[in-house]
Design a protein around this ligand. Sequence first.
Ligand code: AMP
Length: 396
Amino acid sequence: MDDVILVVNCGSSSLKLGLFNRDLESLATGLAERLGQDDARAEIDSNGKTLDLPAKADHQQALEVLVQGLRDQDLLGEQPLAIGHRVVHGGEAFTAPALLDDDVIATIDRCASLAPLHNPVNLTGIRATRKLFPEVPQVAVFDTAFHQTLPAHAYLYGLPRRFYEDWGVRRYGFHGTSHYYMLRRSAELLEREPGQTSIISAHLGNGCSITAIRDGRSVDTSMGLTPLEGLVMGTRSGDIDPGLVAFLDRKGIDAGELDRILNRESGLLGLSGSTNDMRKLVALADDGDRAAGQALAVFCFRLARYIGAMMASLDRLDALVFTGGIGENSARVRQDTLAHLGLLGFRLEPDANHHHGHKSGHRISHDDSRFPILVIATNEEAVIARAALEQGSDHG
Ligand code: AMP
């Protein structure tokens, strides 16, 4: 066997591969997009040279083409040492990564009612990879698993108890792999043990969530039963008044239509009426576009409220940490958000914030800030690769 680990991340019409060495350094990436469509395409290392992919290629075909592409570039020999899969929903069944066997696959399948858009495609990737590499140990890493330590007062909704007991309606939380990486990395930077590190981790990408981590354990998080709850996101609304469901029903918008609007036409896109790209939004706001300015303001205010809310779960705060495309890159969002939180003692160092922490060892807080504020680039694939290596090599 070769000493490489393959990470597979399957979306409804895409498949991403990551190839890592034993030191968890990235060796290559592969991406197939628009699967099932006439213009399906695949490439390695975003080098612009597309691989030969048949029109309407499915996940299985895309996987085979990408793996062959990696082999042609001598990046992958016969087979990898272990394979890690991103799986969105592990329900209450998975509190940690799991070595894939028929029972684990059946359990992931059962969790599909909680994530009907995600778990079935994740399983498609798992099945395709198992077919291609039947002898390689494969590990599933769940977006929800890190949040299984939430206490009941944080995961129960104020709903009739039977909803939870009969159907599992509760807060699960997502982006767990990223929040876990933030914990590990900030512990390293703060020179603390991860189990004795307490942070608020804000993952701000096209999807956004924030998590309170107390002594290494997730104790509150903004996403809920689904990834729709909490912060305002690129196209998702985040929190709304639940009374909206009945209100819009009376206007002729049924639950299915509303679900689509809340997931795809809301958030920054819905508020601005023009874009969910934070770079464009800030430029428009600076040009005087009122709707874009309000979208930015709503995004930052909601985030500030949630940072405050996360404090209720902590007895100490070692750092507030920003990550994700927006969290890592938008000095403006960090500045406008923290401007609401002077009362809590958060204070940015403008120069460090402007340079995204690159020149200050990730730290963007002023010396007078009551709490350190850090910017850290997330690396979910490396967490998945590590889990695959650790669990997979035990069983390989
Ligand atoms: P992600 O889902 O983590 O890839 O993040 C996507 C979001 O990050 C989009 O809203 C992008 O506009 C935003 N983003 C990426 N780069 C930048 C940047 N340099 N400045 C501001 N926002 C950015």
